[in-house]
Each structure stands twice: as C-alpha cells, then as structure tokens.
Write a protein that binds this ligand. Structure first.
Ligand code: ZN
Ligand code: ZN
Length: 381
C-alpha cells in the first residue's frame, strides 16, 4: 500500500488520478509507475482513460486498495450505454473528445477544463465529463470550458508535470500549464451570456451525466442512450452543411451566434460553437417537439431535408420528422402512418382514427383509410 492514500475525487478521470497518485506522494510519474509499481507498459503514449490494461488496473488496485468497480468508474468506458453503445479501443466515438496523442504529446484538446473549478480544488484534478464534447460549459460556474492554455495555446497534458527536468510536483501543478507555466487561476472567463433558464437547463443535463441519475427529460421513457443518440444526431444535423437555415433561425431567435467550422464533426468544432449549439438544443428540448417544429417551419425545413441523417435518428425524433414536418403532403406512406401511430400510442396510450387524423392533418375518410391501411399491413391495434 502507498504511504499516502489519494482517493479519486468526484467525477475524476482515471489519468488525472494516476498523476495525483504519484504527485501527492511526491514521486515523479515515471519513477512511480515504472520502478515502484513495476508497470512497464504504455501509459502516457496512449489514451489511458479509454481501456486501461487489466495488468495496470490490478497493480493500482493492490497499491491503493481501491476496488475494481471504483476504478472502472473513472474510465471513459463508464459512459457505455449512456453516451455511446460501446467505446472502441481507438478511433472516434460519439461525444468523445479525440485526444490526438502523439508519443507523450497531445496534439488535440482532448481534455477541456474549467479554470474556476481547478482554482477551487485543493489539489487540482481533471473531470471525466471534460473529455466529452457534450460538456462545453462548466455545469457549476456556467462559463465556457477552455481547450487550450490561454497563454501559449497548448492542449492540457498534466502528466507532463511529473516528468522531465522541469517537473513540478507541487500540489497546485494541475492548474499550471505544463508548457509555459501559466497559472489557469489567472484567467477570467465570463458566464455564458444567454437566458438563465437555458443555462440552467444545460447545466442540469451535464450534472445528470456526472451523477448516477440515468434520467433527463421525459422524451425516451427514461432511455438515456436513445436520448443522447438523438441529441448527437441533432447537433450533427444543425452543425452540418444542411443545417444552415435552421442555424439562422435559431440564432436570430435566441440571439446566439452559431458559426461552425465547415466540414468538421461536432467533436472537432470549437468549444465556443459547441457551447452555443448545445444551448440551442437544450432550448429545443425544453419545448419538444413544438419548438423544433416551429423552427423547422420557419426555416422551411421539411422531412426530405433530414434524409442525410434520417437513419441515425432515434424514434423520438424520427416520429416528429415523419409526422409533424410532413403536414402539407396529401399522400402518406405506411412508414409515416406507422410513425404517427407509434407517436400517438407513446403519448396517449391508445389510437383512434380521430386522433390520427388530427395529428396527420387528415379528414375523416382519409384518417379512417390510413388507419385501415396500417391495420392491413400488420400494424398492431
Ligand atoms: Zn467550473
Ligand atoms: Zn501555456
């Protein structure tokens, strides 16, 4: 057992705790893992928060007395079934900030941070949530997160504090830039300048991910994975090439600038854009589906415009796209009627031609024939 038992902090990410274990015992990280723990595998030249080797986990469990499930909670695999289905060993995953690891260098801002949070920690540590593209704002301080050191623009690489001739084993190391020694406590970031209700809605969403509560908004019967799959499809669509008109409408309506970098996925967009887009999406979700339908109508955005991302849409969005964004058309396919009926049975529990007609904008005879078509084609009554 180690002389100093450094417990993982709330929402701490595995790599942050690995660094603190060494630094709080005043031991350089390489000496700590290579000589003391006798672990000779890769740590800092790979994304150790993704799928850490069992051998390393076993050694750490022995040295710290932490249980295997406590260690698993620190890793990004703990978001499986919540933000993504399965986390691949390497490569992109939805909501995961790519770390761009090149030897011991970080080429991409895979680890975001809130300087206010770091400044208020006794021993600054890095949160697991900050590895997700979902988090572009601090859920506590409501300010935008930082991706780079504001002084030298280097991405965070706090493990570097425990290495090399410039090592810094001091307890405040986590809030000092490893590259230029800038103290993150010195930077001032304003609270995001948007309506408080939207800010709080976004913070609430982030807090939910941080905690063990699996429930946010009553849109997917408590199925959090489908909720975030849908939100990811929305930010992808809104931030993409086809989302231009929707962005213009949202931007004018909420007074939020929405200027993405062309051709980049959400995870590769700037933290500023991601924060603004998430705030818009939170606003849409708070009045789902009415606000979404209104914005689509204003932007003249019909079902066909969703064709590119249609297959990625979970039911709670595709049903709205099928039914509500198709009101003008007179012919409805079986799939559209089926979506309408599923939508109705989820919202109202029962289906009749009257409610189907109302939802799809059909007159009595058309509504009856739509329902009959559905029953004939094997729909369940
Ligand atoms: Zn903060
Ligand atoms: Zn710096």
């Amino acid at each position: 057992m180690l002389p100093l038992h450094t417990q993982p902090r709330q929402d701490e990410v595995f790599s942050s705790w690995l660094v603190r274990l060494a630094l709080e015992n005043e031991i350089p990280v390489h000496t700590f893992y290579y000589s003391l723990l006798q672990y000779h595998g890769q740590i800092w030249t790979r994304d150790i928060d993704r799928h850490p080797p069992h051998e390393l986990l076993d050694l750490i469990a022995q040295a710290t007395g932490q249980k295997a499930n406590a260690l698993a909670r620190l890793c990004l695999t703990s978001y499986e079934g919540r933000l993504y289905e399965k986390l691949p060993i390497t490569g992109d995953a939805p909501w995961l900030m790519p770390a761009g690891i090149y030897h011991r260098i970080r080429k991409r801002p895979g680890m975001q941070f809130c300087p206010v949070c770091l400044s208020s920690d006794n021993f600054p540590y890095y949160r697991k949530l900050w590895r997700t593209s979902l988090a572009a704002m601090c859920d506590i301080h409501h300010c935008r997160l930082l991706e780079y050191c504001p002084s030298c623009q280097a991405p965070v690489a706090f493990h570097q504090h425990g290495m090399g001739r410039l090592k810094n084993l001091r307890s405040d190391a986590g809030r000092i830039c490893h590259n230029c020694r800038y103290d993150f406590a010195d930077c001032v970031i304003a609270v995001a300048d948007v309506d408080t209700e939207i800010l709080e809605g976004y913070a609430e969403l982030l807090t939910t991910i941080k905690s063990d509560h699996l429930y946010y908004l009553d849109l997917t019967d408590g199925n959090e994975f489908l909720l975030f799959k849908g939100i990811r499809a929305l930010v992808g669509g809104l931030g993409g090439r086809n989302g231009f008109r929707l962005r213009s409408v949202l931007s004018a309506l909420l007074q939020i600038p929405l200027v993405p970098e062309v051709g980049k996925d959400f995870e590769y967009q700037s933290v500023q854009f991601r924060m603004y887009l998430m705030l818009c999406v939170v606003w849409l979700l708070k009045g789902w589906p009415e606000r979404f339908c209104e914005v689509c109508a204003e932007a003249n955005f019909t079902r066909s415009r969703f064709s590119e991302i249609y297959n990625e849409l979970p039911f709670w969005i595709s049903s709205v796209v099928d039914v509500r964004l198709n009101l003008g058309s007179t012919h409805h396919s079986y799939e559209e009627i089926d979506s309408a009926i599923k939508y109705l049975s989820m919202r109202e529990g029962s289906i009749c031609w009257q409610s189907l007609g109302m939802l799809m904008g059909l007159k009595r005879d058309s509504a009856k024939s739509a329902l009959n078509l559905w029953l004939r084609r094997g729909g369940r009554g």
